[in-house]
Write a protein that binds this ligand. Structure first.
Ligand code: BES
Ligand code: ZN
Ligand code: ZN
Length: 483
């Protein structure tokens, strides 16, 4: 889908559909003409958030159709709602074969923040998870999405395009089933992406990881016929000196999580193909940074494994030695994400990262705590947590800070090794984070548990069912806002 900015008057827009926003309790926008004025006066369309109405051959416009999208109350309409409104416009028009859409930005909404959000919403709304349908349910496509607004929005439109396309890149990776997305295939995709956008990519294979002593990661991998990989992608800005901050992004990439010997129930197990959403997210972030070029050194570390109960699989009770030297008693082989992240975090610290942020579909417990609405945020460092929460708000991703005080660490105790990989029944998302914190050691670190938010269970008016690409926009914003 081509994205353009068009500063010409809306009446001249030759488009399949002109989309305008209307607000609850406001006068109907002029672009809607008599039709919209009457429609709103009748009460049939009141401007409720994400409500839509469509008419053909609107008077005084060159557009073939006019779509009105409700924005709710004007005062509470933020870029967050704009993203959803634009996505709703796109998804309601796409099946009609309109071909092209022009969204009118007026008044306070003709700003960079709103323009970027509108473009993001349209591109995110355009994503379909139907890569493997040989007969597409809806083969209609939108060729062009135009923002009608002043030239001053050009940079915002371009940056919105890059970020959302990279979020869709992540979603496409997450959408791949495990038979088409092994750790090595993910590594190939990372190499391809890095080559295309001028990033450095290095893949550590099993032998290299053995030499280094990554016993925690390798223990998870040993039950699968698929070889593991630690994917490293580097972005270096021009002129970043010695002593400058260096952000390490670590993404859990379990290409399939059967649970291993502590096997999961079969019901819903098919969804565990999305257990690599954290890894896919940080790869999407690197792709965006390559184009946006912020002034911060960033390296992505993606430990990629398949968690299977093969005959060589690790057993409950096994004790592995992690790269850090700490020994771990694997009490539950389904708590594998923290094991692979532990070694990747130690490696990231040794690679000179001054700050660490990981993204991981880590626990079912975070879904119990926060549902499918908020990402769970854990952090060992207040300034980093503040930066991250600000970035999330600016990027329009809902995140909720969770506690992580020392008392939780006390729940990780075993007489047989330095640390067990699980706590007791309660506070599972927090004890998982407490486990990771051990491996961040004194490096400022934050952790995003995206288990509840990386997959949309039911389609929304603005987004298809399936992978969401959550955390991409926040982590891009974090890197861009660093300096
Ligand atoms: N990949 C799962 C977590 C998960 C659950 C992701 C639901 C997405 C949706 C993780 O590896 C896992 O299995 N965690 C266990 C930990 C437990 C054994 C302590 C869990 O949450 O049940
Ligand atoms: Zn698991
Ligand atoms: Zn998992």
């Amino acid at each position: 889908m081509k994205i353009v900015l068009d500063p010409r008057p809306y009446a001249d827009a030759e488009t399949g559909a002109l989309a305008v926003l209307a607000f609850e309790g406001d006068a109907a926008p002029a672009a809607g003409g008599a039709w919209l004025a009457e429609l709103m006066a009748s009460g049939e369309f009141a401007g409720k958030l994400l409500d839509t109405a469509l008419t053909y051959n609107p008077q005084g416009l060159k557009a073939k159709r006019l779509l009105v999208v409700g924005g709710g109350k004007r005062a509470s309409f933020t870029p967050f709602q704009m993203r959803r409104a634009a996505g709703t416009a796109l998804r309601s028009l796409k099946p009609k074969g309109v071909g092209s859409i022009a969204l009118l930005l007026e008044g306070e909404h003709a700003s960079p923040e709103f323009a970027a959000a509108a473009v993001e919403g349209a591109i995110l709304g355009d994503f379909e998870p139907d890569a493997y349908k040989t007969k597409k349910e809806d083969s209609k496509t939108i060729e062009q999405f135009a923002v009608l607004g002043p030239e001053t929005l050009a940079e915002a439109v371009e940056s919105g395009r890059i970020v959302a396309e990279c979020q869709n890149f992540t979603r496409a990776l997450v959408n791949e089933p495990a038979n088409r997305m092994s750790p090595m295939i993910l590594a190939d995709r990372a190499r391809e992406m890095a080559a295309e956008c001028g990033l450095e990519c290095e893949v550590l294979d099993r032998d290299r990881m053995r030499q280094l002593g990554m016993g925690a990661l390798l223990g998870v991998a040993q039950g699968s016929a698929e070889a593991p990989a630690l994917i490293v992608v580097r972005y270096r800005p021009a002129g970043a000196g010695e002593g400058a901050p260096h952000l390490g992004l670590i993404g859990k990439a379990v290409t399939f999580d059967s649970g291993g010997i502590s096997i999961k129930p079969s019901d819903g197990m098919e969804k565990m193909k999305y257990d690599m959403a954290g890894g896919a997210a940080v790869l999407g972030v690197m792709r965006a940074l390559a184009h946006l070029k912020p002034a911060l050194a960033v390296t992505a570390f993606v430990p990629a494994v398949e968690n299977m109960p093969g005959s060589r699989a690790q057993r409950p009770g096994d004790i592995v030695t992690s790269l850090s030297g700490k020994t771990i008693e694997v009490l539950n082989t389904d708590a594998e994400g923290r094991l692979i992240l532990a070694d990747a975090m130690t490696y990231a610290r040794r690679q000179g990262c001054t700050h660490l942020v990981d993204a991981a579909t880590l626990t079912g417990a975070i879904v119990v705590a926060l549902g499918h609405i908020n990402v769970g945020v854990f952090a060992s460092d207040e300034p980093l947590a503040a930066r991250l929460m600000q970035a999330a708000a600016a990027a329009g991703e809902k995140m909720w800070r969770m506690p992580l005080d020392d008392e939780y660490r006390e729940l990780l105790k075993t007489p047989f090794a330095d640390i067990p990989n699980i706590g007791n029944r309660w506070g599972g998302a927090i004890t998982a984070a407490a486990f990771l914190q051990e491996f961040a050691e004194d490096t400022p670190w934050a952790h995003l548990d995206i288990a509840g938010t990386a997959w949309l269970e039911e389609g929304k008016p603005f987004m298809a069912k399936g992978p969401t690409g959550v955390a991409v926009r926040t982590l891009v914003q974090l890197a861009r806002s660093w300096s």
